[in-house]
Design a protein around this ligand. Structure first.
Ligand code: GCV
Length: 858
């Protein structure tokens, strides 16, 4: 039974006030509710009232009231009228301006800006009111979510006096969805927005997503790929976008889209898209006016130009300011914003040029344009100078644009970070490498302060902000803030791995308040998502918090970047794929040493793009922090780190430590059996077991690669020595034939066996060790072009079977598809025959790399 029933839901206004009944179906939820579960709230008394009074009638205010009903009880509400304070204890919601006439002595210590809120308990005439006052309607909604968060975390809310305001005016989410329904770098199913070239008929998931975004303070969402299809600006498409905006609107989320600079030509039929041509400016104006006539709260555009083959102003000899400004001028009268991406670089760099450096590109291109942008243009800068790698320094551009508003672009979708098959909690990376990093420009200037506009600036004096652009609702802040590529999909859990949602949650919370600690975010998210049982909270936060450094350890530590297949799907290991091409994600490893020399003295000069104080951290070899050493310097493998280890030994040790830690995620998660619902328990367990196996693939690939290249032995004799491992090609084969694997480091010994032209093949071995219970791990290849079946037999008795039915991103045997299946507690006696039978399917040859027999501890 619910102990906290909300019996009434009142709308008040100065003139008329009425009670309304909530529609029952507004509560339906089709996907996982993520952190908005509220289960525990309904099971126990929260000490809060069961009446909700709302001053005002906007859809956003209605959502706020609805959320309280949804969280605290479900009894239908009643209708009625009132023009005064309720005569019972009540939640009392509205903008401060509207609430004050009812409680005149309610005076905040400072004014409430846009999106800010004040949670305040007041006592009047023997009644108690939980006031949720907002600087605007969105502020009321955000305050409601904040109050519910406290209640769900079992905090005492009997007496409140708390004001919060967002750190920055821009808090956007970006989705890289294509109009055909696919998602670039999306790992959780198809688009919730588009299908078959159109906006989906059913936008239920879009509304549910908007609610999630609102609950963490995100107020705009750009819904299509930055590699934008110009058709999104077609006259037939804009009415479809209206429907998405309508689904967003009750949650205070404004629609934005990515646009292609060539649209005036490709959609508008002009002969040019030169941004300085008056006809092009007129086209943008007409198109933008048209959008606003149908979507009055439209947020603006994101633009990727002159990047990775996209059209851009350079085609007409113009620059980014020319391109951004022509569109920004069209947006400005409506209060729209242009997020212009700084991800502009030449992907045909000359590998043989020791001075060529992709990391330099954004600064080299943009810093000369500082001060040349319209004031509703915001430069959107990826956190690091390359591309969402596992550990990059903060982009030097953050410190270089004193007269230009800036937003950081973060990536929630784990493109280079395990694609939501690996647990990697990102807030520690975002904070440590970027938001909390001090750029040392004009005094103490952490990136988060630059983003929130706290830094003084000649072009954006705070006092003139509102008068220059009143519709932008920035309050006392210069424009600036946050945009993250999220890429949720139709997957039940939104991002695939249920624990990956901690990254979306953490992103929103940091955009709201970048001073929050990562421990606090992890605890908050876990309590909301899995409940407040201390064992659950301790275990999950223990899994989340170190997971970024763990992933870095078994992929690319010391600033090497992720070491993944950068010309392929960016998933498994492929160390040389970064080298010898124009993409510029180089690490320049050879037999003697490794790392990019980005020093001013002998290298590319990248370090010179930072302020003098930051240069002092990175330029001197002896000062450079270990975790960015190889990003900044080229050193011999024998170079000794601050940790006292040589570079090569650190590479070996970190990979073994990282893989070991990944295995502990399985044991940690198993502690929660029975404490987490079965659905999420088994979904997470499956992924953690996979991650533990794939971490070994990574460990072996990177350690073996550098072992071979450097010729230096691992002091602990692990690399290249796997006493428990039997290579498939060394087993007795029937039907299976040895095959080379590319790149060589992604298969043990560089080889595997494949079953082609047969219905079934087998690989057997005679067990020749001490009898006992063994863990048998079978390393096989799960390609995406078939579903092979495998069986493990001991003396012809089946121990188990499994199917290679995952959808890993490759149709070959390699580091993307190498997968481990493990059987525990298998009794083996000397002389037993251990056999793997593989049945290929389609073009997938039931590939097999090795079998590992590990004696279990007594
Ligand atoms: C949307 C990387 C990704 C691309 C992405 C690009 C970008 O290069 O691999 O898929 O394109 O970044 O951010 O524009």
């Amino acid at each position: 039974m619910f102990t906290n029933l909300l019996s009434k839901f009142i709308f008040l206004s100065a003139a008329t006030a009425s009670l309304v009944v909530l529609p029952g179906n507004a509560m339906a939820q089709t996907a996982d509710p993520a952190w908005l579960r509220y289960e525990s709230l309904k099971k126990s008394a929260t000490g809060t009232p069961n009446l909700i009074a709302i001053v005002g009638r906007s859809p956003v205010l209605f959502s706020a009231g609805q959320e309280l009903v949804r969280a605290l009880g479900t009894r239908p509400a009643q209708q009625g009228r009132t023009a005064s304070l309720p005569t019972k204890d009540a939640f009392f919601l509205g903008t401060l301006k509207d609430v004050r006439p009812y409680i005149p002595d309610l005076k905040p210590s400072h004014p409430l800006g846009p999106d800010a809120f004040w949670l305040k308990t007041v006592q009047r005439n023997g009644r108690r009111y939980w006031v949720i006052a907002g600087g605007n309607d969105r502020g009321v909604l955000y305050g409601t979510f904040a109050l519910l968060r406290k209640i769900a975390q079992k905090q005492d809310v009997s007496s409140l006096d708390e004001m919060e305001s967002p750190s920055a005016p821009i808090r956007w989410a970006s989705e890289w969805d294509n109009l055909d329904g696919s998602i670039e770098r999306g790992y959780a199913g198809r688009s919730i927005f588009f299908d078959g070239g159109k906006v989906r008929p059913d936008l239920t998931r879009v509304s549910e997503y908007a609610r999630l975004l609102a609950s963490i303070g995100i107020d705009a969402c750009s819904i299509n790929n930055v590699n934008a299809d110009p058709k999104i600006l077609g006259p037939d498409f804009i009415p479809q976008l209206v429907r998405v905006a309508e689904a967003f609107r009750p949650w205070g989320v404004r629609l934005a889209i990515s646009v292609d600079l060539s649209a005036p030509k490709s959609v508008g039929g002009l002969s040019t898209f030169d941004p300085l041509e008056p006809q092009v400016a007129a086209w943008w104006k007409k198109t933008v006016d048209d959008i606003y006539s149908q979507i009055p709260d439209f947020a603006g555009f994101v633009i990727k130009a002159d990047s990775e083959g996209r059209s851009g102003p350079s085609q007409y000899g113009r620059n980014a300011a020319d391109a951004a400004n022509v569109i920004a001028r069209a947006l400005k009268p409506h209060g729209g914003i242009m997020l212009y991406r700084a991800f502009v670089y030449n992907h045909h760099l000359n590998w043989n040029d020791p001075k060529a450096d992709r990391a330099r590109a954004a600064y080299d291109y943009f810093h000369a344009l500082d001060g040349k942008f319209e004031d509703n243009v915001v430069l959107q800068i990826k956190n690091g100078p390359i591309d969402f790698q596992v550990c990059e320094p903060a982009s030097p551009l953050f410190g270089a644009m004193k007269q230009t508003s800036e937003a950081v672009e973060l990536q929630v979708t784990q493109e280079y970070l395990g694609q939501q098959r690996h647990l990697v909690f990102l807030p520690p990376m975002w904070k440590e490498t970027t938001l909390d990093f001090d750029m040392h420009v004009d005094g103490v200037t952490e990136v988060k302060d630059i983003l929130s506009g706290k830094v003084s600036s000649s072009k954006f004096p705070v006092s003139s902000q509102n008068s220059r652009n009143s519709k932008l609702e920035t309050g006392n802040l210069r424009l600036g803030g946050y945009n993250a590529v999220v890429n949720v999909g139709l997957d039940q859990y939104w991002l695939g791995h249920p624990l990956a949602m901690a990254n979306l949650y953490g992103y929103g919370r940091l955009a709201w308040n970048p001073d929050l600690s990562t421990a606090q975010i992890a605890k908050e998210w876990t309590e909301l998502t899995f409940g407040t049982d201390p064992k659950v909270v301790d275990t999950i936060t223990r899994m989340l918090l170190p997971s970024w450094r763990m992933y870095e350890n078994y992929t690319g530590p010391l600033g090497l970047q992720t070491l993944t297949d950068i010309t392929g799907p960016h998933y498994g290991p492929n160390i040389e794929s970064s080298e010898n091409n124009g993409w510029g994600q180089w690490h320049r490893a050879d037999a003697n040493g490794v790392g990019m020399d980005r020093t001013m003295a002998t290298g590319t000069g990248f370090i010179g793009q930072y302020s003098a104080e930051v240069q002092k951290i990175y330029e001197p070899l002896e000062k450079c922090p270990d975790d960015l050493l190889l990003f900044m310097h080229h050193v011999p493998y024998t170079f000794v780190l601050h940790s006292g280890k040589t570079v090569i030994q650190y590479l070996y040790d970190s990979h073994y430590a990282g893989a070991e830690e990944a295995a502990t995620l399985v044991t940690e998660w198993k502690l929660l059996h029975g404490l987490v619902d079965d659905g999420r328990y088994s979904e997470v367990l499956k992924r953690q077991e996979y991650q533990a196996g794939h971490a070994i693939v990574w460990r072996d690939a990177v350690a073996n690669y550098f072992h071979k290249l450097s010729g230096i032995e691992d002091a602990q004799h692990r690399v290249g020595h796997d006493p428990d491992r039997i290579e498939a090609e060394a087993m007795q084969l029937s039907g299976y034939a040895p095959a080379d694997v590319t790149p060589w480091e992604t298969a043990s010994g560089g080889k595997a066996v494949a079953c082609t032209g047969q219905n079934s093949c087998s690989a057997s071995l005679k067990f020749d060790h001490q009898g006992g219970n063994y863990t048998i791990s079978v390393q096989y290849f799960d390609q995406d072009n078939g579903v092979s079946h495998y069986e493990l037999l001991v003396n012809d008795h089946q121990v188990g079977s499994w199917a290679a039915d995952d959808h890993l991103p490759s149709d070959k045997m390699n580091g993307h598809t190498s997968t481990r299946h493990t059987f525990d507690n298998v009794p083996l006696q000397r002389g037993d025959t251990v056999k793997i039978v593989g049945r290929p399917d389609g073009a997938e040859p039931a590939g097999l790399d090795y079998v590992e027999l590990t004696r279990e501890r007594q």
